[in-house]
Design a protein around this ligand. Structure first.
Ligand code: ADP
Length: 159
């Protein structure tokens, strides 16, 4: 059976922590779908199109990875894409409560879809998109936090 894995998130912007999870998750199945969740109530820092482009650029070396955006319920998107496993990253115990509640709700809604947690690498365990946005807004160097394609997009938008 072809196993398809879904890694959902906001990716606003994608960080080296996200890319590490993408690379590791791409080895868990034949295909990995990275799903950008569109929140219609909140406009992001980067547009969904820009996030799609950045993620495509920094995953170009991974032939079994596809980038897509979705609106609505996560499990509906997983079912539509034929994904039987969802991957989430876990940085520290502070992520646990939020991730636990989402995973339990999703399990109630779609028991056939398994949520799997990958532990963040030590060096990225503090790293979040919100930190990258804050550093960039204040004129700091983000190259230690994001893939080169993302650093270029950030440099373009802050000049
Ligand atoms: P969301 O808004 O859905 O939490 P994010 O883009 O912030 O979306 O994160 C997507 C997933 O990636 C979440 O499971 C989050 O815990 C995980 N993640 C975020 N940053 C890192 C990181 N530095 N290392 C590992 N996992 C991470």
């Amino acid at each position: 059976m072809l196993r398809k894995v879904l890694y959902p998130g906001s990716f606003d912007p994608p960080t080296l922590g996200h890319l590490d999870i993408i690379e590791r998750a791409s080895r868990l199945g034949e295909r990995l779908v990275v799903g950008i969740g569109i929140n219609s109530e909140k406009s992001g820092w980067f547009s969904v199109e820009e996030r799609l482009e950045m993620l495509r650029a920094c995953t170009a070396h991974l032939p079994n990875v596809e980038i897509a955006a979705f609106e609505g319920l996560l499990i509906h998107f997983a079912q539509q894409k034929g994904c039987s496993v969802m991957v989430r990253g876990m940085r520290a115990v502070t992520d646990f409560d939020y991730e636990f509640r989402i995973a339990m709700a999703n399990r109630t809604l779609a028991p056939e879809i398994e949520t799997v947690f990958l532990l963040a690498r030590d060096e990225y365990s503090f790293l979040a998109s919100s930190i990258v946005r804050e550093v960039a807004r204040l004129g700091g160097d983000v190259t230690a936090f994001v893939p080169p394609a993302v650093a270029e997009s950030i440099a373009r938008r802050t000049v």
